[in-house]
Design a protein around this ligand. Structure first.
Ligand code: FAD
Ligand code: NAP
Length: 342
């Protein structure tokens, strides 16, 4: 057996909240063969409680003890084929997301620039259909290969198989913890289609003095905005947005608007539903900047819960519970956690 299985490994370096947690057994998975070996070992011991870990940037360890952790470290970027309009590229699930985005920008492959500086791995990107500034991974996704943990079969998932939704997919829903995503194939454009109307991208490009749009310039603008607004997990532990933005039928939104005239909402294309900014709801409920021991709600972005140093996962979870309850009391809206709690 060539796979190294470590015992009682600290998971602190593997989660962006910086929480202290341990894995009883831990392995870096660098290839499908490693995965096969790890699963054989696991099944041979009637293992339970297996956790797949990427960059740990969308995880809250509520429980500090985990029996089996497989850390995805499958690397590799392969150009499969290209035509006049597109390139098709297969990427190992353990590649760092932002490095992959920069790799594309360096080759003038367009599409991922609005998704610059999102932490984590390529393999986790389809899990919640990562999105930012009006672009979601499903827009560039072609297919993926995943290892079924129960029987070791490798399955290909096309875009429709993944059932992508808003920060959602089949891997977050009915197939949760059932498949290990090994690689993802993207279809990228040779000619860019810019999305600069979202958020502050246009203003940032103006401030940067950009006169000719390029995917590099859009990526740089997104990076600058993100660096100015979001807490850096290397300085303050966090997992980005803790809650999803909720959606409401248009009539329910209009009723709320009468009560709360400042409420922020973005109608969908059909104008049948409105997406609300969860950060605004939390702020209005009085939580922005709130701190309870080392667990807190960030003072610049209320959607982000933070660990100021030695908070436990349970303390952060319990703060999230209080926020959920108070937003429900004030607005009648039950927020949903975006972060995966284990
Ligand atoms: P992990 O946290 O390691 O895992 C997340 C979930 O995916 C877990 O349930 C895990 O079991 C599962 N998983 C991981 N890898 C695999 C695999 N190979 N196969 C099967 N399951 C797997 N998200 C956005 O959508 N948009 C943003 O703009 C954004 N900004 C962020 C900013 C900050 C500062 C931070 C800290 C987070 C942000 N996030 C954002 C959240 C997070 O970066 C993404 O969800 C990211 O895709 C998580 O990747 P990861 O490798 O760290 O996943
Ligand atoms: P922002 O620009 O201050 O906007 C606040 C919210 O309003 C966002 O959640 C965004 O929804 C929504 N919004 C803004 N402009 C919109 C438009 N033109 N159409 C529809 N919805 C609009 O948000 P931010 O906190 O600085 O984040 C910027 C982007 O990065 C957002 O897309 C956000 O999702 C993403 N981000 C995600 C995470 C995460 O962990 N998931 C963390 C940080 C940033 P959407 O969220 O649906 O885009």
């Amino acid at each position: 057996m060539s796979l190294q299985i470590q015992e009682n490994r600290s998971l602190k370096p593997f989660n962006s909240f910086g929480l202290e947690a341990w894995a009883q057994h831990f392995a870096h998975i660098t290839s499908p063969d490693d995965l096969g070996e790890a699963m054989e070992w696991y099944r041979g011991r009637n293992g339970t409680g297996l956790l797949i870990l990427g960059g740990g940037s969308n995880i809250l360890f509520r429980n500090p003890k985990h029996s089996w952790v497989l850390h995805n470290a499958i690397k590799g970027i392969e150009l499969l084929h290209e035509d006049e309009e597109y390139v098709f590229v297969r990427v190992g699930a353990g590649e760092r997301w932002h490095s992959w985005v920069q790799y594309c920008i360096g080759r003038n492959w367009a599409g991922l620039e609005n998704l610059s500086l999102i932490p984590g791995s390529v393999g986790a990107s389809p899990m919640q259909n990562i999105g930012a500034y009006g672009v979601e991974v499903e827009d560039l996704f072609w297919d993926l290969e995943a290892y079924q943990l129960s029987d070791g079969k490798i399955q290909v998932f096309t875009k429709s198989d993944c059932a992508f939704g808003y920060r959602d997919s089949v891997f977050k829903g009915k197939y949760r913890n059932q498949f290990f995503i090994m690689n993802v194939t993207f279809r990228l454009r040779k000619k860019p289609l810019f999305h600069t109307s979202y958020g502050a991208i246009t203003q940032e490009l103006e401030q940067m003095g950009v006169t000719e749009l390029s995917i590099r310039a859009v990526s740089d603008a997104v990076i600058r905005i993100r660096q100015s607004k979001l807490p850096d997990p290397a300085l303050i532990g966090n997992a980005g947005s803790f809650f999803k933005n909720p959606t409401l039928p248009i009539a329910a939104f209009q009723a709320l608007q009468l009560q709360f005239p400042g409420i922020i909402g973005y109608p969908n294309a059909a104008a049948s539903e409105v997406k609300l900014a969860a950060g605004w709801l939390i702020e209005q409920a009085g939580w922005k900047g709130y701190r309870e021991g080392d667990a807190g709600c960030h003072d610049k972005q209320a959607l982000v819960l933070v660990n100021y140093g030695n908070a436990t996962g349970e303390a952060i979870y319990s703060l999230s519970e209080k926020i959920l309850q108070s937003v429900q009391q004030k607005f009648g809206i039950l927020l949903e956690r975006e972060v995966n709690c284990y």
